[in-house]
Ligand binder design. Structure first.
Ligand code: ADP
Ligand code: MG
Length: 725
């Protein structure tokens, strides 16, 4: 029978049915799977040393791995009580050395015969008797006629991760290396190409089979990198290709609404604002106008740091839609935020005759019914609400625009749900999450991106201080003094009520303590997520109307809340919060023209050793970073005010998989590529994919045959990921 990539691994030498079963548990069934089981690292054993040199190296403090060749001169089996040691002594032309085993002795015991020649690799030490010793070396037996036959030693060796499923079947890195070697040498040439020739040539990559071989057995660093880059490129290319396909479908879609833009109406509205729009806001408004005029549906992400003024920009889009006789929906992540938007927008549009409703989960059912009915009958032009807007029973009469505020708070599926409500409304999503450009390109690959990269002119950067808990009395006094000057303060605590298990501070306890002690002479309010909706509403309103000087709060105020007069925020147990959360919380102040202050209180003393966080990443080891994460976060907050800078730091602290909560928005995972460090490859892959789809949208051209085949065969299931608007 001819060899095939679909041959079961069971029939590979030294596998068999039992071991095949354990391979199957880790998703390896056929030969093809093993070909793509790449080394997790490589061991460089290419330098062979002799005993004399080795003594010199080790005495000089050398700590790495070496390979040494010698003849067996003695084999000993030593027993100390329960401990056993297996010791083999070797000699080469310059001296003697020994190797020892403490485990698996049964397996090694009968291997070494006096007179045999071995190559051995491992970490040498000098024993207290002055002997060179290597514990648990990897080794190759060298025979006279093939004394160059190195497999485990003497060159660069692939090292494969051995999952516990394989270990259970007595497969160690030794045997796995053998099994994979068998498969690679016998089968790699059967692999069919998966990228078109013209792309391989463009980047000087090798074909698939050579690249697979080289990734198992790279003969030098350049070859290794070239092969690895091919795999990175390939997965990024097909990912971007799917996005490009999706995008071309959207652009082809002429079922969108072509809105008529009345500059007069917009300009009049802009003139009525109590401030001048920033150039960045105006730029984004223009991008939105041109999208809305177009017959294809708009899919636009507005990215802008906390306080950059995204609401007003969205409001202009809403105005355009409604002036064209359509309805608009504004969806936000929390009820407090929904209510705030409702109040500010109602005020801003009070002259316009536009009818606005607030739809939230905690509406009384009778009231809710009325609202739902009026949405259906187009008695409402703008609906502002939480995810209640996307419930099944909500039907719009003529939905033309959907704005999703703080989109990173919603999952992908929610974004989808709302979209399917109507044929093809225009869509704007906003986020304050300053995703580094590499990430936004992947996460939001299917959206056009507008960036508000400028703060309103009246803003002064918030001053941030790190303080110990001992400083609290002083902080309270400062707050009281500031209250008397008309300034307002948020004090944030991590929990609502004290719980026995966790000793984090709770808003409730501190509210009760503080209002009758330190804050006796001022007005204190409290808000938390467990309160009834009306209560929360009233407290926010009171705070906005300056009835309270201080608002004690949990993180319910984290996103979007806009009370420009509040200019002090104190965050307790600050080390417990993530960087994005701290940035969002701090973003609640510094939204007006007063100088704002943020005080981060933490039991971690201010670790002065890690200042200048960005620079420190260059010399800190990953263990040091891991150990000091919390203090690095706090110092980052003190050193940086830009969300963009903070997101880069966050990325370094967390790794790309979890940046700023991207997990929850369905961030794609790659096997080879690291989208942070492989930005150049990603850019190339994206450009190629979009050019190809632009030129050959249905992939009917001969030269794109391979692409078409791959897309239908291998990547189709992934299209579900892209089933977003
Ligand atoms: P975010 O981008 O965080 O959603 P908002 O849209 O809530 O920010 O705006 C923050 C505050 O800044 C609001 O009080 C808003 O009225 C005000 N604002 C928006 N644009 C400007 C501007 N160009 N100049 C001054 N203040 C502005
Ligand atoms: Mg906002």
């Amino acid at each position: 029978m001819p060899k095939s990539l679909n041959d079961s691994v069971q029939f590979i030498k030294s596998v068999g049915p039992k071991r095949a079963e354990s391979f199957s548990k880790i998703g390896i069934n056929v030969v093809n799977d093993l070909l793509f089981y790449f080394p997790s690292k490589y061991l460089d054993r290419s330098t062979i040393v002799n005993t004399l040199n080795l003594v010199r190296y080790v005495s000089n403090g050398f700590e790495g791995e070496v390979t040494i060749v010698g003849d067996v001169v003695d084999v000993e089996y030593i027993r100390y009580g329960k401990k056993q040691i297996f010791k083999v002594s070797f000699k080469d032309k310059t001296g003697r050395f020994e190797c020892v085993w403490f485990q698996g002795i049964r397996f090694f015991k009968d291997r070494f015969k006096v007179g045999d020649t071995y190559a051995l690799s491992g970490k040498p030490v000098i024993t207290r008797y002055g002997h060179i010793q290597i514990a648990h070396p990897d080794f190759d037996k060298l025979t006279e006629n093939e004394s160059e036959e190195f497999f485990n030693t003497g060159k660069v060796i692939p090292f494969y991760k051995v999952p516990k499923e394989l270990k259970n079947q007595n497969i160690g890195d030794f045997s796995l290396r053998k099994i994979i070697n068998n498969v690679v040498t016998n089968y790699y040439e059967l692999l069919d190409e998966s990228l078109p020739e013209y792309l391989i040539q463009k980047y000087d990559y090798q074909n698939l089979s050579t690249s697979v071989y080289n990734l198992h057995y790279p003969s030098n660093k350049e070859i290794f990198e070239n092969s690895l880059n091919r795999f990175k490129y390939e997965e990024l290319f097909y990912f971007e290709l799917l996005i490009a396909l999706k995008r071309s479908q959207i652009k082809e879609d002429k079922n969108g609404i072509s809105f008529t833009i009345s500059d007069e109406v917009i300009d009049k509205f802009i003139d009525s604002l109590p401030f001048q729009l920033t150039n960045a806001q105006l730029k984004v408004i223009n991008e939105i106008k041109s999208d809305m005029q177009d017959q294809s549906p708009m899919n636009r992400l507005i990215q802008g740091d906390v306080g950059s003024g995204k609401t007003i920009v969205c409001l202009i889009a809403i105005l355009i839609a409604i002036k064209n006789g359509y309805q608009a929906a504004l969806m936000v992540p929390t009820e407090i935020l929904a209510n705030q938007h409702y109040l500010t927008i109602s005020k801003l549009l009070s002259e316009s005759g536009i009818k606005i409703s607030l739809l939230i989960g905690s509406n009384k059912s009778k009231k809710k019914k009325e609202i739902i009915e009026s949405i259906k009958n187009h008695e409402v032009d703008l609906v502002i609400g939480t995810h209640a807007i996307i419930q099944d029973n909500i039907e719009f009469s003529k939905l033309g625009l959907v704005v999703i505020d703080e989109q990173h708070r919603f999952g992908v599926s929610q974004r989808m749900q709302l979209i399917s409500k109507s044929i093809t409304p225009d869509i704007i999503v906003t986020t304050a999450t300053p995703i580094p450009r590499t990430l936004s390109m992947t996460v939001y690959g299917d959206l056009d991106i507008s960036i508000i990269d400028e703060m309103p002119k009246n803003r002064k950067p918030t001053k941030t201080y790190l303080r110990n808990e001992e400083a609290l009395p002083k902080i309270y006094k400062y707050i009281v003094d500031e209250s008397k000057k008309g300034n307002q303060t948020f004090i944030i605590y991590p929990l609502v009520e004290d719980s026995e298990k966790i000793t984090l501070k709770s808003a409730e306890t501190y509210y009760n303590d503080l209002k009758d002690s330190f804050f006796k002479s001022i007005n204190v309010g409290m808000i938390h997520g467990k309160m009834k909706w009306e209560e929360k509403d009233q407290i926010m309103l009171d705070f906005a109307n300056k009835k309270h000087d201080v608002l004690i709060s949990t993180t319910v105020i984290e996103v979007g809340i806009d009370i420009p007069n509040a200019n002090i925020i104190v965050i307790n147990d600050a080390s417990r919060f993530g960087l994005s959360q701290l940035h969002q919380l701090r973003g609640r102040v510094g939204r007006g023209n007063k100088q704002a202050t943020c005080i981060l209180v933490s039991d971690l003393t201010n670790n002065k050793s890690i200042t200048n966080v960005k620079e420190s990443f260059q010399y800190l080891s990953s263990q040091e970073i891991e150990k000091n994460k919390a203090i690095i976060r706090l110092n980052s907050m003190a050193e940086h005010t830009s969300g963009f800078d903070l997101s880069e730091i966050d990325l370094k602290l967390r790794g790309p998989g979890d940046i700023f909560g991207t997990k929850q928005i369905g961030f794609p995972e790659f096997k080879h590529a690291d989208i942070v460090n492989d930005y150049d490859i990603l850019s190339n892959a994206k450009a190629d994919a979009f050019n190809i789809i632009n030129d050959d949208p249905l992939l009917t051209k001969q030269i794109n045959n391979i692409i078409k085949e791959q897309v239908t065969k291998k990547y189709e299931y992934k299209l579900t990921y892209l089933n977003t608007p």
